[in-house]
Design a protein around this ligand. Structure first.
Ligand SMILES: [Zn+2]
Length: 263
């Protein structure tokens, strides 16, 4: 829902870095994309940064500065603008969170990352490292340039929405990825967007004999990440899927992080 991330009490400054307060506005914007900063984000994440158990993929205190590091809260969404050539790292902090991901062309949100067009390009159900996603006009929009997870993702299942949960449980007010997409884009002034099929990062939908599908818990581990490079100026939207009725998030939706790096 575009929720703000919380600042740790008192703030944290990485040794050797320019001190900056953690009272900065939480939304990502170009103004925050200046090099030299890692935005240490939430109390939930800082233990990793100071622990030998820090999952791979998280920035350490000794890493070169990245542009932006941000935690997206459980059940919420977030949109970022990316310039052609930039890469965003999507980090599965807990290993069990599905991240619905969309991309829209910056100059025309009517052109967007299309799973059905991309599958025809890959000749696979899911992307592998090196695969480029296409738009609904068959133009490159993003490339999966790295993946430390077992590579189990999904392109077949639509984003969850209010109706999905109403049908599953009767709950008509459940958080959902479709609303997260809309509210995240609204933050950028884009209203009434299309709702393309998402690239469901880390989602484990088994294709069984005969083509039957089965929802399963993710097989990724804490700290696994996927890097997506923008092949044009675009808006990328992420949703921490709030599905807690089926096992797609191991029954406990949680937060994840993004790390936006320059070209
Ligand atoms: Zn969802």
């Amino acid at each position: 829902m575009g929720r703000a991330f919380a600042s740790p009490p008192g703030g944290i400054t990485a040794p050797g870095r320019t001190e900056h307060p953690l009272t900065a506005p939480p939304r990502i914007s170009r103004a925050y994309a200046s090099p030299g900063f890692i935005y240490w984000a939430t109390p939930a994440v800082t233990p990793y940064l100071h622990s030998s158990a820090r999952p791979e993929g998280l920035p350490s205190l000794n890493d070169p500065p990245a542009s932006i590091y941000q935690v997206i809260a459980a059940r919420s969404g977030h949109a970022i603008r990316m310039v052609h050539g930039e890469t965003v790292r999507v980090i599965n902090l807990h290993g069990t969170q599905v991240v619905d991901t969309w991309a829209f062309c910056a100059d025309d949100p009517g052109e967007f990352m299309s799973m059905e067009h991309s599958r025809a390009h890959w000749l696979r159900a899911n992307p592998a490292t090196g695969d480029t996603m296409l738009t609904n006009r068959r133009c490159p929009i993003a490339t999966l340039v790295a993946d430390t997870s077992p590579g189990v993702h999904d392109t077949l299942i639509a984003a969850c929405d209010k109706t999905r949960y109403a049908q599953l449980t009767g709950d008509t007010g459940h958080d959902n990825c479709a609303d997260n997409l809309k509210s995240s884009l609204a933050q950028l002034g884009i209203f009434e967007p299309r709702l393309p099929a998402p690239l469901n990062l880390f989602m484990n939908v088994a294709i069984l004999d005969g083509g039957r599908l089965e929802f399963r818990a993710p097989v990724s581990k804490p700290g696994d990440y996927v890097d997506l490079r923008a092949e044009r100026d675009l808006i990328m939207v992420f949703s921490a899927c709030p599905q807690d009725i089926l096992p797609v998030n191991a029954m406990k939706p949680c937060d994840f992080a993004i790390l936006l790096c320059g070209r």
